[in-house]
Ligand binder design. Sequence first.
Ligand SMILES: [Ca+2]
Ligand SMILES: [Ca+2]
Length: 388
Amino acid sequence: MKKIVLAACLVPAFSWGADLTTTEAFNAACKDTPPQLSKIKDNTGRQLFTICQDLKTVQQVGKWAKSTESKYQQASDKDYKTIEKEVHNEIVYVRDQLKQARMALEKINLKPNEGLRVKPSTWQTDIDGDGKIETWEQYFFAVPQRGHRPFAIHPPENDPEYYSREYNLDAQFKIDQSDILWTLAYHHFAEGLLELLSAYRVDPSKQDFSQMIYLTDKAAVKRAHVAIGKGFTTSLAMSQSVLAETDDDDEWIANPSQKSTVFPIPLEAEDFATWQTLLKEVIPAWKGDTLLVPERVDSGALADLSELCPKDQGLNIEKYFSNPHKYPVEAFMTYQKENRLHLPSGCEKVTSKKPKSGLFDFLRTYSNKQDSSATPGANFIRHLYWVN
Ligand SMILES: [Ca+2]
Ligand SMILES: [Ca+2]
């Protein structure tokens, strides 16, 4: 979440020269930025709009989470319907807010020197609306130290020493078009995920567990498919844009020859190659141009996917999203019976026009490489959350 939020809030600026490198500039900028995207006419304003719009979303979620936490802990079974509705409404709200920021980002095409200089550790605000800025709020947007680290998720820390040790509190950089694409890809993914969540509702009073989660908005599933697809193509365009950069000027995400960067994960040429190869498999599979036919494997995460569809068929992801299950849990519940996920609406015969995707081949080769040695590029997928 923090990752998406940082991505979301990455874009700032003042055409009159006030960069977002102090808390005062940040607060003033978000106070002055018009809330309507239609009133904004230039790239500086759009960068600013995105960052302030995402800040507002983060604050709304923070406040909502704080106000509902104790209420939900005390809730009884009969309150469940109300809670379910409130959570659904919050998902829809956040989706619509993110959409505004995404639309601003899509309009940005930065020329040299139009990008803002930003220092995220100075973006300090009261996120949960209790009138205080606690340590976790102070450093919510701060950038972790650059270096290789294991992936970890933990609740926000409130210890100032943790931030001085693990974070680069001096990190600042100048936004360029690659960074806009980096941020945009996260917005597409987040919007797609929220579209998907918004499409389903939960009815715990259902006796049949497999029907507890049910589809109510088929069009939202389609929109989710489109948004996530745009996330993949934007991510590929971003990797190409980063590799094409020849300057080395206070970078955010950087190619191997750029040394002036505060991006938390160092990326080598092999990482870019792995990333692009992966996306070049994922994009046609996502669009339904290739079909997913898992390799038979004996162990590991892919073993459970040995079969998605009947013999000689593969999963067409696009088709599945166009005609999604009314009760998605059923797909898993029938797994025991059919010995594969129950995805009849997405299965299709493999033909020369709809060939088998190379995605599972790639993933198997990749995971073998990762097991056998510390090959450069082999750790890349672990860092995907930083490069979307
Ligand atoms: Ca607070
Ligand atoms: Ca750059």
